[in-house]
Design a binder for this molecule. Structure first.
Ligand SMILES: [Ca+2]
Ligand SMILES: [Ca+2]
Length: 242
C-alpha cells in the first residue's frame, strides 16, 4: 500500500516526535531525551507510577521498532525515515481502528492521553490540549488558543462527546489511517492545518478523493457511535464549497 502525501506528512511528524536528538534516526538513545521532555511537560517524578508506565511503553516501542525492522536476521539499531514509512505501509492496510494494530503500537496513544490529561480526570479538555500543542508540539502561543478551540469542537462535536481515552484512541486511529486532511485525527498534534487549507479545493474536484474521505469518515462514525444514532462526531462541514 502506498501512503498518501498527507499520511507521509503526518508520519514524518510522528517520526520526528520520537527522534529526540534530531539526528534523523530513531534509536534507543532517543528514549531518554523523549522521556525528559515528558517529565518536563507532565512534572511527573521519574519514580512515579505514571512515569514508569510511560517509560516502559516507550522502551518497548523503541525495542520492537528496531527488532521489527531487522533485515536478513540483522537487527537494525537505527531506523531512518524511509524504513519507518515502509513499516507503516505494511501496518496500515486494512486497519480501521487501534485494535487492528499490535499491542506495542496500541499503547502509544493511551500513553499520550495520560501525558496530555494533566488533571488526571480521564478527559482531555481544551486547556490541556492547548498546553500540549504549545509546550510539547511547539505551536506558537499566538496560534494555540484558537486552534485548540477549533480542534476540541471538531474532536468532540461541540462538546457532545468528551475526549475520553476511548474517543482519543479513535481520533488517533484516524490520525494514522486517514489519507486526506479532513478527518479529526489531524488535531492529534495540531500542526497540519496548512494541509487542510492547501487541499481544500482539490476535494470537491476529485471524486476519488471525496469518496475516500467519505469512507474514512464513515468508518470513524460507525466506530464512534451506534449506527442508529445519526449524531456524528464528523460533520459534513469538512466538505466546504469552493
Ligand atoms: Ca535519533
Ligand atoms: Ca483532564
Amino acid at each position: 500500500m502506498s501512503l498518501s502525501p498527507f499520511q507521509k506528512e503526518k508520519l514524518e511528524y510522528y517520526f520526528n516526535f520520537f527522534d529526540s536528538d534530531g539526528n534523523g534516526e530513531l534509536e534507543i538513545d532517543d528514549l531518554d531525551g523523549f522521556m525528559k521532555k515528558v517529565y518536563e511537560f507532565t512534572e511527573w517524578e521519574e519514580w512515579s507510577q505514571n512515569a514508569r508506565d510511560c517509560y516502559e511503553i516507550h522502551e518497548c516501542f523503541f525495542h520492537t521498532l528496531t527488532t521489527k525492522s531487522s533485515k536478513e536476521g540483522k537487527v537494525r539499531q537505527h531506523i531512518n525515515l524511509a524504513t519507518w514509512l515502509s513499516m507503516w505501509e505494511k501496518l496500515l492496510p486494512g486497519a480501521m481502528s487501534m485494535i487492528n494494530f499490535p499491542v506495542w503500537l496500541r499503547l502509544l496513544p493511551k500513553s499520550l492521553f495520560r501525558i496530555i490529561d494533566k488533571k488526571h480526570d480521564n478527559v482531555i479538555d481544551e486547556k490541556e490540549l492547548a498546553d500540549f500543542y504549545m509546550k510539547f508540539v511547539g505551536i506558537p502561543k499566538e496560534n494555540v488558543d484558537s486552534l485548540a478551540t477549533y480542534a476540541m469542537e471538531q474532536m468532540t462535536d461541540h462538546g457532545r462527546w468528551p475526549l475520553t481515552m476511548e474517543s482519543y484512541n479513535q481520533m488517533f486511529a484516524n490520525f494514522l489511517i486517514g489519507k486526506t486532511p479532513y478527518g479529526p485525527g489531524r488535531f492529534i498534534f495540531g500542526c497540519f492545518e496548512h494541509m487542510a487549507e492547501r487541499t481544500e479545493y482539490q476535494l470537491i474536484h476529485g471524486l476519488e478523493e471525496l469518496k475516500q474521505t467519505e469512507s474514512e469518515l464513515k468508518n470513524l462514525d460507525l466506530l464512534q457511535h451506534s449506527p442508529l444514532n445519526p449524531s456524528s462526531i464528523v460533520k459534513v462541514k469538512f466538505f466546504r464549497p469552493a
